[in-house]
Design a protein around this ligand. Structure first.
Ligand SMILES: [Zn+2]
Length: 267
């Protein structure tokens, strides 16, 4: 269910060369520096950045991109990030808080993404590849600037020892000091929500005959092939877990496309 059932669904149709997310490693929080009720018109232009979600001040929200696919809000993190933009940040970007309705919606959305895509339930600590950048994250973790030093939560990319660039715009405030300060409480709220959510559809049972995991080397997408059937592998962690017990074969993007055509997903 990669379209959220409660979202105002406005799929971006402009061709941007979107790809499937090879892994779902983090949810990144942003502020749009806009009071617009919708970013759809701004986003639905080829070459323009975009995000998966946009949360208005009243907590209602739009979804522009299927969370199976990449959006373009996080530069070097785009291949493994679900991005959430939020209304606000125009007049006092560093001191304006998210409204209570926005904070609740952000907790709900992160919880949904964590369950749906098996994203780790933890706060990211930097934008470094691997564990530190997984979980609930925010734009400043991948932005350089004259931000406070650790252990302040307001520290940016440089102060945290480097990592992926989520933006090259030095000093960009996104999402701003006061909003960053709200993130631990948003995370705590998400932890309470997660156990109440239904589990995603289980993997089809393909244990009765030989199975192999086939990995697309170009983007880390993977499928399990079992006899005449296949099933999608949802994320990098699951792929790693499966390859500890199953044989694994890395193939080119063209070979992967041919295999997924021959063995339609979940068929
Ligand atoms: Zn941002």
């Amino acid at each position: 269910m990669p379209w959220h059932p409660d979202a105002i669904k406005r799929p971006i149709t402009a061709d941007k060369g979107r790809s499937p997310l090879g892994a779902h490693n983090r949810v990144n929080l942003h502020v749009a520096v806009s009071e617009a009720a919708s970013l759809f018109g701004f986003f639905n232009v080829s070459g323009q950045v975009d995000s998966h979600f946009y949360v208005r001040r009243d907590g209602t929200f739009e979804q522009y991109v299927n969370t199976d696919d990449n959006a373009f809000a996080d530069l070097e993190g785009n291949d493994a990030t679900i991005s959430i933009e939020t209304q606000g940040g125009v007049t006092n970007p560093n001191t304006e808080p998210w409204t209570p309705a926005q904070a609740e919606r952000l907790a709900q959305l992160y919880a949904w993404c964590a369950v749906q895509h098996r994203i780790q339930v933890k706060l990211a600590t930097s934008s470094a590849l691997g564990e530190p950048s997984r979980g609930l994250s925010w734009h400043r973790l991948g932005i350089d600037g004259d931000f406070p030093a650790l252990p302040s939560i307001l520290a940016g990319r440089e102060q945290r020892g480097g990592g992926m660039y989520y933006s090259r715009s030095r000093g960009k405030l996104c999402p701003g000091d006061t909003k960053i300060g709200q993130i631990p409480a948003i995370f705590a709220r998400a932890q309470a929500i997660i156990p109440t959510l239904p589990a995603p559809a289980p993997m089809p049972n393909v244990l009765e005959d030989d199975m192999i995991v086939i990995l697309n080397k170009s983007n880390n997408a993977a499928i399990i092939v079992s006899g005449g059937r296949s099933a999608p592998v949802v994320g990098w962690d699951q792929y790693v877990n499966l390859t500890q017990t199953l044989p694994s074969l890395g193939v080119s993007a063209a070979q992967f496309a041919a295999i997924t055509t021959a063995f339609p997903s979940g068929a």
